[in-house]
Design a protein around this ligand. Structure first.
Ligand SMILES: Cc1cn([C@H]2C[C@H](O)[C@@H](COP(=O)(O)OP(=O)(O)O[C@H]3O[C@@H](C)C(=O)[C@@H](O)[C@H]3O)O2)c(=O)[nH]c1=O
Length: 178
């Protein structure tokens, strides 16, 4: 696997080694030892999530707070998304920096999202299957989130306004009040 640093501390772009042959391909989508060696981070993933979305869907911006904060290792199994991470850790040297990267099933890149960061994505392809590992369990009461169209974050989700599809829950999220 190959590791690239990003504009957010401890948020890494990971390219797995893909072995192709006449049958197709093989890759280790996750290997604890290789991950720890490359990132120097000790992360214990405990939950895997998968979601399916159509073009125009925007999910985010989400996180879990306090003891329930989650690091995520995200990737796309089908289609393409624009993945967005905002460093929301007040004590981080890259506080409020953003990482915005296209992830797709062809390139197979993964993004490691540290605990305490806001996360979201928009679907650029006709449909997309999004898969992610989490190092803490889902806890509804610990969920926090801010509006995908918050003017402070000013994220270009690369979806025309008329085609954006947002959940009722996400549409009701507050704007970030600094
Ligand atoms: C995230 C999650 C949701 N659910 C349930 C709650 C709800 O009824 C249904 C759909 O939940 P949501 O609308 O919150 O799903 P979604 O908007 O896809 O939420 C996800 O968005 C991306 C951007 C993230 O970063 C994730 O951490 C997560 O917050 O699934 C679980 O049971 N476990 C989970 O881990």
């Amino acid at each position: 696997m190959q590791l690239e640093k990003t504009a957010i501390n401890d948020c890494f772009l990971i390219t797995p080694k893909v072995f192709t042959d006449d049958r197709g391909y093989f890759m280790e989508s996750f290997n604890t030892k290789a991950f720890q060696k490359a990132t120097k981070l000790n992360v214990d993933f405990v939950q895997d999530n998968e979601s399916f979305s159509a073009y125009g869907v925007i999910r985010g911006l989400h996180a879990q707070k306090g003891d329930y904060a989650q690091a995520k290792l995200v990737r796309v199994i089908k289609g393409e998304v624009l993945d967005v991470v905002i460093d929301f850790r007040k004590d981080s040297p890259t506080y409020l920096n953003q990482v915005i990267v296209k992830l797709n099933a062809e390139a197979k890149k993964q993004l490691f999202v540290p605990r305490g960061c806001l996360h979201g994505f928009s679907v650029l392809s006709k449909t997309a299957i999004f898969f992610y590992k989490c190092d803490n369990f889902y806890n509804q009461s610990a969920e926090i989130g801010y509006r995908y169209d918050d003017p402070f974050f000013k994220i270009d989700w690369q979806i025309p306004k008329s085609e954006q599809l947002i959940s009722v829950k996400d549409a009701k999220l507050p704007l970030w009040n600094q």
